[in-house]
Design a protein around this ligand. Structure first.
Ligand code: NAD
Length: 378
């Protein structure tokens, strides 16, 4: 089975779908790995390292896309590149399927089996292949590092002969994978951390990290079977905003990570709430790519409000630490291949009835097959 990892072409994308360790693992299974020349340039791996790990390094991207039995990458391809894939090819990447219906149709038309990694069911077994979590974890870490580097204050309390500097106050809104890592990182750096999530199960996790869980009574909330938050009613969102305004006003840094899987992110922090914040305080909106949790977030930009609050709407924060984010992404991919590898056939064993594959295979045999996206689906 020929597996090809092209260099990412999405503007600003620094990650690579495979690193040399993953190449070694997949080659060990019996896969013939090919990578595009320069694939690791932005995540600190040379072509030589890939060759030594067992990959063939090629510079003809088009013909490699056309001959591969499997293509792996980080970002979704464009339609032009989908048309280069051969019929029956397996394509594995993030696909953003809720916003990229055209791509699903293009994959189906081309007869490609497209796997959307963000749709991987969240079972215990799937944790090793859960790329959404591996990337969110690092984005959460980096949101704190970004704030720490940009703010005009230090994070820990410092008692010096010149007086005492009080610790910075962080407020993390949304305590999923990214939020938990943001809390842990800010705590390690000495900040005072508060956090809020609509899923009550999170309170214990927040406390176990030594942070304070902010209690806001917004009535009945909950989570889906997959562990994702349910959408709040407009009234509940308003109650949440009122409860949070005071905390935002006293925080030096607010990190928002509140996403709703498959839907636009809720706007939780309004212009009025930002106007009530202190000059010099920072908001890092990790939900920026999904529309943003903050009224005023501009994707991939820093915005400064009239009262001197800086809002960072940068997407792909994990891409700023591409060596590690590529390592864990590549490991998720290699685990995915290993888990479903058919040793006899020396190829990926595609069983569309298998629970995990059923959850993340979008197209197959010329059609959109996923129940949520096919004709008449949800
Ligand atoms: P996510 O990125 O979709 O959302 C981030 C957080 O925002 C969630 O905790 C969500 O509850 C919260 N949120 C949504 N609306 C909000 C609002 N209005 N106000 C405040 N917070 C709001 O979620 P995620 O981080 O990908 O995952 C959520 C949970 O799923 C994790 O905490 C974990 O418990 C679970 N999970 C399980 C597995 C597994 O079992 N394999 C893997 C990964 C995650």
């Amino acid at each position: 089975m020929e597996i090809f990892a092209p260099k990412e072409t999405y503007p600003g994308e620094t990650r690579a779908a495979l690193d040399p360790d993953a190449v070694k693992k997949i080659s060990g299974l019996g896969g013939k790995v090919r990578v595009e020349m320069g694939i690791g340039a932005d995540c600190d791996h040379t072509d030589k390292e890939y060759r030594e790990a067992g990959a063939e390094v090629i510079d003809d991207r088009k013909s490699a896309l056309g001959s591969a039995d499997m293509v792996v990458r980080v970002r979704p391809p464009d339609e032009e590149e989908i048309r280069l894939l051969k019929q029956g090819c397996l394509h594995v990447s993030f696909l953003d399927p809720f916003n990229q219906k055209d791509l699903l149709e293009a994959f189906a038309k081309q007869g490609v089996t497209a796997v959307s990694l963000e749709m991987m069911p969240r079972t215990t077994l799937a944790q090793k292949m859960d790329a959404l979590s591996s990337q969110a974890n690092l984005a959460g870490y980096y949101s704190v590092i970004l704030a720490a580097a940009e703010m005009h204050k230090i994070l820990p309390m410092m008692m010096t002969p010149a007086g005492t500097i009080s610790p910075s106050r962080f407020f993390v809104v949304g305590v999923g994978v990214a939020g938990l890592q943001a809390i842990a990182t800010a705590k390690r750096l000495g900040a005072r951390v508060e956090a809020f999530d609509t899923r009550p199960v999170v309170e214990e996790q927040v406390k176990s990290l030594g942070a304070k869980f902010v209690k806001i009574d917004i009535g009945e909330t909950g989570q889906t079977e997959q562990g994702y938050a349910k959408e709040l009613t407009p009234e509940q969102l308003e109650m949440q905003r009122q409860g949070m305004a005071r905390i935002c006003a006293q925080s030096d840094v607010v990190i928002t990570t509140a996403k709703l899987f498959g839907r636009k992110a809720p706007v939780i922090i309004t212009k009025e709430m930002v106007a009530g914040m202190k000059r010099g305080s920072i908001i890092v909106d990790l939900a920026a790519e999904g529309g943003g949790n903050v009224d005023g977030t501009v994707l991939d930009e820093e915005t400064v409000t009239e009262n001197g609050v800086r809002i960072f709407g940068h997407g792909n924060l994990e891409g700023r630490i591409a060596a590690d984010s590529s390592q864990v992404y590549a490991s998720n991919l290699a685990n995915f291949l290993e888990h479903f590898w058919d040793k006899e056939k020396q190829a990926f064993g595609l069983d569309l009835e298998e629970e995990h594959l059923k959850g993340c295979v979008m197209t197959h045999g010329g059609a959109i097959v996923h129940e949520r996206f096919r004709e008449g689906g949800e």
